[in-house]
Design a protein around this ligand. Sequence first.
Ligand code: DAH
Length: 340
Amino acid sequence: MSDPQVLTSQALTAIGKAQKEEELERIELDYLGRKSGHISQMLSGIGKLQPVERAALGQSANEAKRAIEAALAARRAELEAVRLADLAETEAIDITFPGPELGRGHIHVLTQVRRQIETVLESLGYQVELGPEVETEWYNFEALNISAGHPARENWDSFYFSPELLLRAHTSPVQIRAMQRLKEPPIYIITPGRCYRRDAPEATRLPYFAQVEGLAVDKGLTVGDMKGTLLFMIQSLYGRERKVRVRPSYFPFTEPSFEFDVTCGICGGMGCKSCRHKGWLEVGGCGMVHPQVLRNGGIDPTEWNGYAWGFGIERMAMLKHDVDDIRLFYESDLRFLEQF
Ligand code: DAH
């Protein structure tokens, strides 16, 4: 019969040399296996012994078993630590680790506002019409009654590719394109899109921005029709408590022309810091389409008339969400964007 202490020291030596989990499993079976393990074999003849010897053998067999189990556990921990250390060295990326959860994005606030404007006006029967961002001098200026040398051209200073080709300074040229394409009034279109001007970035302006232009051509349209349409749009977007007003202004492509204001959402029209104590915020321009503009679009102004407007989408988003710096929309700072 083998000696438990000898068995134990043999087992511990084998465990200490083992380099792999499979080796440890084999050793475990060899020594601690229920049927044929060395310890069980050692105890198999225990019944023939004297009670005193029996107790002594039982105790030392148990001690041997516990010592071997402890050595197996310790060696397993060592081998696992070595495996992880190797992995860290050889693989910078542990592909067995779970990855970070993917964040869910959402639509940019300017796109949200543009789509809301489209939805509201589509509900009134307006159709979305798009035009090119690279525009000819004729569509951007001439067709809108802004002839070469006209001082109003300075308001729409843009970026030129050539004397005839430029980045459009407003969405108004799409009025002409729409009339030429659709030919037959009634025409009710809106045209959202990117515009460009030679302006330095500051809190209220950027060299690139978006506008949404509207054009209605029909019979006997009035300033009242225009104002009612724009009031409906503003109240749908900002709430029924908002009021609107038009002030006389000048644009070469409308006659009469107006600036269009909405009551400040912060003070409700009472006057506060953010509306510079005016109670009103300017959204854009509007007016009755100039007869020459209709003619340039191929429409007879003795038969038809129209109204039009051009609002800045960033300006409308600022009004809706009380944003005080236009640059925030384009800085891609998630702390800002995630609020909408
Ligand atoms: N195009 C003008 C601008 O960018 C805005 C504008 C004013 C558009 C009056 C219009 C209008 O259609 O009727 O400043």
